[in-house]
Every structure is written in C-alpha cells, then in structure tokens.
Design a protein around this ligand. Structure first.
Ligand SMILES: NC(=O)c1ccc[n+]([C@@H]2O[C@H](COP(=O)([O-])OP(=O)(O)OC[C@H]3O[C@@H](n4cnc5c(N)ncnc54)[C@H](O)[C@@H]3O)[C@@H](O)[C@H]2O)c1
Length: 289
C-alpha cells in the first residue's frame, strides 16, 4: 500500500502491547482503526486515550475464538467505517507445559486464539477487502517461535505460531498478483502484557491451573524487550513497503542459521540412507511464486 491515509484497519489484540502499538502508528498517519479485544476494560481505556488525542478509532469487544464473533466484527467494521483495507491478526496467548502434560483445553485454547482465529478472520475479512476494489494488506503476528524451536514447554505456542507462518506463506502466493499485500510479523522479545495471557482465557477453555505462559522464566527478558510502539511503526513500514518477513530482533538471525544447519543434517543423513539410495524418486519440484 502506498497511500494509507483514510484507509481502515481492523486489529485484534488492540487493547494492549503490539496491537495497541499498531493502532497508535496507523492513526498517526491518518488511518481509521477498529480495535478488537476480549479485554473490555483495557479496550475502552485505550480507545478513550487515543480519541482524546484526535485518533479516529472505535472498539469491538469480542472473543476471536468464536467464529460468529469474528464475522460480526467484520460486519461492524464495515458498518462503522464503510470498508476495511488492513487486517491485523495480532492477538495471541501462551501457556507453558510439557507437550504431554498440557491439558487438551490448554492446547485447544492456544491453537484457537493463535491459529484458528486467523482462519476465521481470513474468511470473514478477505472477501470484503477484495470486494472494495482498493489496495489492502493482511498481516499476522506469529513469533520467532513460529520459525525456531522455542524450547521445552512451548509446544502449544510453537505449533500454533508455526501454523501462522505456513498460512501467511501460502496467502502470500495466493495474493501476489492482487492489490492486497501480506506481512508476517515474527517478534523477538517485546515488552507487553502477554505474561497476563491467562486472564483472557474464555470459560469454554477451562481453567489454566495457574500455569505460567512458559516453563522457563521469561519475565525479565520480556520486561527488557522492545517497546511495542516501535513494533507498531515497524508494521506500518512493512505495509507501506510491502515487506513480507518482519523481524523485530535482527540479532536472532543466528537461531535461524542453527535451525537450517539441523535441517541440512537431515538431508545429509537422507542422502546416505541405503533404502533411499536404492529407491526411485519422482523429483517433485514445488513451484511457489
Ligand atoms: N511479547 C512478546 O515478546 C511476543 C513475542 C513474539 C510474539 N508475540 C505475539 O504478539 C502478539 C501480541 O501479543 P502482545 O505481546 O502484544 O501481548 P498482550 O497480552 O499485550 O496483547 C495481546 C492482546 O490479545 C488479547 N486477546 C487475548 N485473547 C483474545 C481473544 N480470545 N479474543 C480477542 N482478544 C484476545 C488480549 O486481551 C491482549 O489485549 C501475540 O500474537 C503474541 O503471541 C509476542
């Protein structure tokens, strides 16, 4: 998108952290924002503050794990602002525990917010965005944990964030020849309220047994993390420059190198495997745009 003034954005998790940072950055350049969040109190306080500063924002209190609420949010955005151009799938949660020890409801909650809600939003918003004939942009907040192995106790979070990477990679191919761009935000540590994620757990996903969001203590790392307002400006830059991969901590590139090294070891192992050496291969080449 080259010209964003007057364009309309819908942002999930807009009451706090990076979603609020995006709202601040977008409204700074004259965009209108429908702020969506499950935390009604924080949502109305954040919107009141922005409105007092002249921003054109409105709020939609919703639980994005409920399909109908996401579709209602899309309708409410169009009703309020006439259209929607930018979709930010940003809300996310985590709960820490070994893969076999997390309850099924722990897994279901994390996957519902981080992954399935993105599917709901793509189905609810993309047809509207395509239909308005204007340029637009879809972004999703994954994580560095969507690319690398975040470590023991991160199973549900890692899995859901990897899924977001896959969905956005494919969406990038699907929208390549349209006026709608795609970005994938993979933050490192950012100083937000995500440690309080359990407070936003809907009743239908049961209690969290007061599990932390990760097994290893990450509170200090997050506290010293990047300012979420900087991430908001970064996302705006990515939309304006149509940048797909959006990293917040360039120093984490080393961890990607380590992952690729491990993957390449797997190919080296396969090349030396006697069963594969003797087998006929179709030589499949996946062509992606
Ligand atoms: N903070 C970090 O270091 C970090 C790093 C990598 C990725 N992320 C990702 O960044 C995104 C934003 O998180 P943040 O760090 O700004 O945290 P945050 O807790 O400050 O903001 C997340 C917002 O999502 C909302 N939310 C949670 N469940 C919801 C639901 N069911 N329906 C609607 N809204 C819901 C919360 O109320 C909250 O306002 C998440 O996807 C998170 O996984 C965070």
């Amino acid at each position: 998108m080259k010209d964003v003034a007057g364009k309309v954005a819908f942002i999930t998790g807009a009451a706090s952290g990076m979603g609020l940072g995006m709202t601040r950055a977008f409204t700074r350049v004259g965009m209108k924002v429908m702020m969506a969040d499950i935390d009604a109190r924080r949502l109305s306080a954040a919107a009141a503050d922005l409105k007092a500063k002249g921003a054109d924002v409105d709020t939609h209190h919703c639980d994005i794990t409920v399909e109908k609420q996401v579709f209602d949010a899309a309708a409410a955005t169009v009703k309020r602002f006439g259209k929607v151009n930018v979709l930010c799938n940003n809300a996310g949660v985590s709960v820490g525990g070994l893969s076999e020890e997390l309850s099924q409801k722990d897994w279901d909650w994390v996957v519902a917010v981080n992954q399935t809600a993105v599917v709901y939003a793509l189905r609810a918003f993309l047809p509207l965005m395509k239909g308005n004939g204007e340029s637009g942009h879809v972004m999703a907040t994954s994580s560095m944990a969507g690319l690398i192995n975040a470590g023991a106790g991160w199973g549900a979070y890692n899995a859901s964030k990897h899924a977001v990477v896959g969905m956005m990679e494919v969406l990038y191919s699907e929208l390549k020849d349209t006026p709608i761009g795609v970005s994938l935000l993979c933050p490192g540590a950012v100083s937000t309220n995500i440690l309080e994620a359990a407070k936003h757990r809907p009743d239908h996903f049961g209690k969290s047994d007061d599990r932390p969001i990760a097994l290893n203590p990450i509170g200090d790392t997050l506290q010293n993390g990047l300012d979420p307002d900087v991430v908001g400006e970064l996302v705006l830059d990515a939309i304006l420059e149509n940048q797909f991969y959006v990293f917040t901590d360039p120093g984490m590139e080393r961890q990607i190198d380590r992952l690729f090294d491990r993957i390449k070891l797997g190919f080296a192992w396969a090349r030396n495997n006697d069963h594969l050496k003797a087998a006929k291969q179709p030589g499949l080449v996946w062509r992606t745009k």
